[in-house]
Design a protein around this ligand. Structure first.
Ligand SMILES: [Zn+2]
Ligand SMILES: [Zn+2]
Length: 352
């Protein structure tokens, strides 16, 4: 099969790789679409010790079952593979399973990812593509589940209904935009500010999300004024922005994984009783809820997704890296799926 292989820091090569082997309890999926995630970018920068080259990255994926139990079915994958019998797995908190792995990872166990023509996955991670969700757009289920889990976790500790809250979303990437869309369209919050230094990306976000799109230095980000802050970036500086912006008694939801440590105003966190919640992935229930959200188009149009050929995936990574990319999400297509993108236009001329 062909695959986009991460071979070293900031290097991806589209090349021939061995097909995955069918194992007991698993299926082989013919990948139809696979999204580039922030964590893939983190690996690309050589900063993820769980993703070591050479490795096929990618975990946001839809496709058809090529071999296995559900052969021929159109599916979307939950890429978080868990043991199924530890305390966490048996109490609906599978995402905290000590033996969890995700597609496109080297440690604690290697599992090749979905930037390829084929990928293997346990049968229990396979969901039938719901009606109303385009197979090309379906990889968005994974980051949407991340955002839904984060929003629900935040909502569970708020002291007033989330629709009455002033919300700050830091980061206009897919997770930021999706948190904003869930808070706005599903939770019905009306006062939302979304912040990103990339103007192009903010413009795209503001087309789809009813929010105030601002630059990080904007005077609209008033200290001590937000009931809930989503830090979808996870830099030292964004955490500092979050703690400054949050109201006394408010909540910070920390989702981004960019920088593991740094200065943080724990004094304010203590004196003002700030709730700080770290959030990772989603439970199986969150993933199922997400498929319902997407199939019923509850977060509106997904036209903000951009599609590229998998073989040109290295360019997409480069554009995300250098900030020239305005799309909050790029999805890579390994097969000829998208009429506009990969299929030649045939002009038929009739000579009389
Ligand atoms: Zn992801
Ligand atoms: Zn487990």
């Amino acid at each position: 099969m062909h695959a986009l292989v991460y071979t070293g820091t900031e290097t991806l090569v589209y090349r021939e790789e061995k097909n995955p082997i069918l194992k007991n309890g698993e299926s082989i999926i013919k990948v139809k679409a696979s999204g580039i995630c922030g964590s893939d970018m983190h690996a690309y920068h050589g900063k993820d010790e769980r993703r070591i080259p050479p490795l096929i990255l990618g975990h946001e994926v839809s496709g058809t079952v090529d071999e296995g139990k559900f052969k021929g079915k159109e599916v979307v994958l939950n890429p978080l593979i868990t043991c199924g019998h530890c305390d966490y797995c048996s109490s609906n908190r599978e995402h905290l399973c000590e033996r969890r792995i995700i597609l496109g990872i080297s440690k604690p166990m290697e599992k090749q990812g979905s930037f390829a023509e084929l990928v293997s996955i346990p049968d229990k991670n396979i969901y039938e593509l719901p009606k109303g969700l385009d197979i090309k757009e379906a990889p968005i289920a994974e980051p949407t589940a991340v955002a839904l889990h984060a929003v629900d976790l935040g909502e569970s500790v708020l002291s007033k209904p989330i629709n009455e809250c002033k919300v700050l979303v830091i980061g206009g990437g897919a997770i930021g935009l999706l948190c904003g869309l869930i808070v706005s369209k599903i939770k019905k919050a009306e006062e939302i500010v979304i912040v990103d230094p990339n103007k192009k990306r903010l413009n795209v976000c503001s087309k789809y999300l009813k929010a105030d799109p601002v630059h990080p230095n904007s005077p609209k980000i008033i200290n001590n004024s937000f009931d809930i802050v989503f830090d979808t970036v996870g830099l030292e500086i964004t955490r500092q922005d979050a703690i400054e912006a949050v109201k006394p008694g408010g909540t910070i939801i920390h989702i981004g994984l960019t920088q593991p440590s740094g200065q943080f105003d724990f004094r304010k966190a203590t004196l003002q009783e700030i709730t700080l919640i770290g959030t990772y992935c989603y439970t199986n229930k969150d993933f199922e809820k997400t498929l319902d959200i997407l199939s019923n188009k509850k977060i509106g149009s997904l036209d903000w997704i951009e599609f590229r050929d998998l073989k040109n995936g290295a360019d997409a990574f480069k554009e995300i890296h250098n900030g020239s990319c305005s799309a909050p999400k790029i999805i890579l297509l390994p097969w000829k799926l998208n009429n506009n993108l990969t299929q030649p236009t045939f002009v038929i001329r009739i000579f009389l």
